[in-house]
Design a protein around this ligand. Sequence first.
Ligand SMILES: [Fe+2]
Ligand SMILES: [Fe+2]
Length: 134
Amino acid sequence: MSKLWKESYALNIKEIDNQHIELFKILEELLNAMSQGQGNQVVLKIINNLENYARMHFGIEEKYMQKFGYEKFQDHFEAHQYFYKKMAECKQAFQSNNLIVTKDLMDFLNKWIVKHICGTDTLYKELFIQNNVR
Ligand SMILES: [Fe+2]
Ligand SMILES: [Fe+2]
């Protein structure tokens, strides 16, 4: 379990909560690798893991939202797009060896994920539960 995860973040939808937990796990791994000054290949690999996992998770949320005719789909979709943009900036900063900007963007992504899960994601909670997502 990641130290970044708190029980209060749970939506009580196991499938989604497990994916959120995994996101924090990869994020924590990334923060640790950076602070320990791990090699560039190691850090880049974790950045890519985080990006791929986020795409997978957001894709699953979007699939359910569309299937259930979620009225706030567009806003939520755009929030996910924004994350990809900031994630790409983070990767680019790291590849340009700009470690201060990389760290700032990672902290930003960390806060963004918490805010997204505790805000935007909670808005679909009832709809998902009504449609038997468990
Ligand atoms: Fe989510
Ligand atoms: Fe989301």
